[in-house]
Design a protein. Structure first.
Lengths: 396, 343
């Protein structure tokens, strides 16, 4: 047995999983997947055509209420979907920010006109966004952001800088947090959200690369002008918009435990078949001990992740549970990659295309990527503080 | 497995556990035999019995309650006995005495224990001789079940007149060493797979008890961190304290969830319960001890006093987390499932 046992699922989720698997077998077949995996890392996971196919199937709007053209599927079905997509490395980034962040905000805070304009585009996989949150001086302390939007007649004029943006060079729009009231009593109170086209006059890009092989761009806003319709959720209401529609993100975030499981299963498959160099790896007591320790930890990560979903299903916010799951799983990915490197040595560091590479370079990639899992999506320190204060009731 | 078990719903489960907690509070200073008799009146000896009411889920929750107050009332033995004592079989009289509160049973695995020095016994016809070590729960324990190659021996300690020596150990209550010389026993057949299941369950049940102690320790230390003031503020405001307590909480939540899931899969007859239970034990063995350490660190000297509750949690957690070969045994069992047996 080199696969971990699957969990029993409720009937609806089990049926949906079979449906998703069948659909993927057709639409993300081996040939297409191989062609995608042969792309350079910068272009992987970004595939507008695949997003449109998903859109036609209704699955970009899987979690949306029916009144917005969604399928109103349960959190467990959403989790199953996210897991199945990750299982085959399906490219979801073209519509990822749009469906995971922007759509929820529009549904909760957009005007009917804004909803009517944007939601069909997102639902059908016809529009892409990048995320305009972080700035050189504002990372974890997002509310300190300084990019400003000022009234300019009927519209807005934006100046400032955003940083560390993935796929900014591909996206058509940026989901931008900007300061609209510099004198607000609390920093959170003076922020508003905007949708800005990436080809707007005055918006320039300075690409750079992140360690996990994706772009990591700077965007400079130099008197960028947008109409009033670009403002989402009202003036100075940005903090509520940012924090208000996170449930979808929490569910898809939790599903990344499947990545740990899949990598672990690949490592086990290698260990049980690798040519012996002295004692066969699978017979080496050190290897056995560390593999078993990891298996137990992955089991814990699966339980924490499922618990976060269960809370959302029960109508709870699930914020604390999701934060614990995120912290634990991200650090588990680091340990998994580091342990694989310990057990398999320099061979595991060979790049995907190197001669003699093992496991398609996935250990090498996981070593680099896992760091981002810990620091991205709210650093683990921020998450732990959240759990301490909201989960354990420790003083702020 | 367990096809005729009566499953409890969530309300019944909560009621059972609440009653147990109250009973244990009332009996904090009670005689072990008397406390055990009262526990049997709650129906605990039926838990995880194929024909009984309530399953391994309730058993693990009940064991957590015992762990909170560091009780070694012999519930683990009762749960394990239910796995092997078919109704109407040779062990039926034992079950009757257990249900009536007249007996307490413990398993002594001897050379199958996972622990290297757990003793060794031989069977000559129906006469048992040799030494059994790390036996828990005396005097409430009156009977032992002893796995041997292909057989399980049932021995009534008082009836056969074993030589009993207390062996003080890190745990609050001493364990015992028992020496038998031709003691008369009843034997039933024991398949190798059943023996493996008994060991998996024994470690899993001990893990549940340690989990209870660790959860209690964490609850107490969180309350302490909210009220203990140093440098002009509650120590629970320091990030160094907050983050370590969050790590503990995350571990305990993972173990609590995984323990319940494994027990649920057992109750539902899913053969994968063995993987889930072993994974729980393998992770918990180290993680629970780490929680004990972090709780001590946060309490500081106040929790190091023997008058404080912390030392009893520390002792319970370490004693239970290391039973039956501890983390080494559990990991090797997992590795065997995943990578095949060691040649």
């Amino acid at each position: 047995m080199t696969a971990l046992p699957e969990y029993a699922l409720p009937e609806a989720a089990r049926k949906f999983r079979a449906e998703v698997r069948a659909w993927l077998a057709e639409h993300w077949n081996a040939e297409r997947r191989a062609a995608h995996e042969a792309l350079p890392a910068t272009h992987r996971l970004w595939d507008p055509e695949f997003s449109r196919e998903l859109g036609a199937q209704g699955w970009i709007a899987l979690s949306w209420p029916e009144k917005f053209g969604g399928q109103a599927r349960s959190p467990m079905e959403q989790w199953v979907f996210a897991e199945e997509m990750r299982r085959v490395g399906a490219p979801l980034r073209y519509h990822g920010v749009a469906s995971g962040v922007v759509a929820g905000s529009l549904m909760a805070f957009g005007t009917p006109e804004q909803q009517e304009h944007w939601l069909p585009l997102i639902r059908e996989g016809r529009v892409s966004f990048c995320l305009g949150y972080s700035e050189p001086g504002s990372g974890s302390d997002l509310a300190s952001l300084r990019t400003r939007a000022e009234r300019n007649g009927e519209g807005w004029r934006i100046n400032g800088q955003k940083i560390w943006t993935t796929f900014a060079d591909e996206a058509e729009y940026i989901w931008l947090a900007a300061r609209t009231d510099a004198s607000a009593s609390k920093p959170h109170a003076g922020i508003s959200m905007f949708i800005v086209p990436m080809n707007a006059d005055g918006l320039s890009l300075q690409p750079s690369m992140a360690m996990y092989g994706k772009t990591f761009c700077n965007e400079f806003f130099d008197n960028v002008e947008v109409a009033d319709e670009a403002l989402i959720g009202g003036v100075n209401n940005g903090w509520n918009v940012i924090t208000g529609a996170l449930a979808d993100e929490r569910i898809s975030l939790g599903a990344f435990v499947i990545d740990a499981q899949l990598l672990f299963e690949r490592i086990m498959a290698y260990i049980t078949t690798a040519p012996a160099h002295g004692v066969p790896l699978a017979q080496d007591p050190v290897v056995r001990d560390r593999i078993a320790a990891l298996a137990a930890e992955i089991e814990m990560a699966r339980q924490l992740s499922r618990n976060a979903i269960r809370q959302i299903e029960l109508g709870q916010p699930g914020v604390v549970e999701a934060a614990m799951s995120k912290c634990y799983t991200a650090e588990l990915m680091e340990r998994l990659a580091q342990t694989a490197a310990d057990l398999l040595g320099s061979t595991a560091l060979l790049s995907k295309d190197s001669q003699g590479a093992i496991l398609s370079g996935s250990v090498e990639y996981a070593l680099r990527e896992s760091v981002m899992l810990v620091i991205g999506g709210g650093t683990n320190e921020i998450q732990r503080t959240l759990v301490a204060q909201r989960g354990l009731g420790l003083p702020r | 497995m367990n096809s005729t078990m009566t499953h409890l719903d969530e309300d019944e489960r909560t009621l059972l556990i609440d009653s147990l907690r109250q009973l244990l509070q009332r009996n904090a200073d009670g005689e072990p035999k008397d406390t055990w008799r009262q526990l049997t009146e709650l129906g605990l000896t039926q838990l995880a019995r194929p024909s009984g009411a309530g399953g391994l889920r309730e058993a693990t929750l009940a064991l957590q309650e015992l762990g909170r107050v560091s009780s070694t009332a012999p519930l683990i033995g009762a749960v394990l006995a239910n796995l092997v004592a078919e109704e109407g079989g040779a062990l039926a009289p034992l079950l009757e005495r257990l249900d009536a509160g007249d007996a307490g049973v413990a398993f002594a695995f001897a050379e199958f224990d996972g622990e290297a020095n757990a003793g060794k016994v031989t069977l000559d016809g129906n006469k048992l001789s040799g030494c059994l070590r790390f036996v828990e729960g005396l005097p409430a324990v009156t009977d032992l079940l002893v796995p041997l190659a292909g057989a399980l021996a049932w021995v009534n300690i008082e009836a056969v007149g074993a030589q009993v020596t207390a062996t003080p150990i890190l745990a609050t209550e001493p364990l015992h060493e028992l020496v038998f010389d031709g003691a008369e026993v009843v034997t039933v057949a024991l398949a190798p797979d059943t023996l493996n299941d008994l060991l998996t369950l024994a470690q899993f049940c001990a893990t549940a008890r340690a989990l209870g102690a660790a959860r209690c320790a964490l609850e107490e230390v969180i309350e302490y961190a909210k009220t203990r003031t140093q440098f002009g503020q509650p120590i629970g405001r320091f990030q160094a304290i907050q983050h370590k307590l969050v790590n503990c909480f995350t571990s305990l939540e993972a173990i609590r969830l995984s323990s319940f899931h494994a027990a649920e899969q057992f109750d539902l007859g899913n053969p994968q319960w063995r993987f889930f239970a072993t994974a729980t034990s393998a992770f918990a063995s180290q993680a629970l001890r780490q929680v004990a350490l972090e709780a001590h660190h946060t309490f500081g000297a106040i929790g190091y006093s023997e008058e404080h509750g912390m030392p009893s949690h520390f002792r319970r957690i370490h004693s239970d987390a290391l039973k039956h070969g501890g983390v080494r045994h559990a990991r090797e069992a997992l590795a065997t499932r995943l990578l095949g047996a060691r040649l």
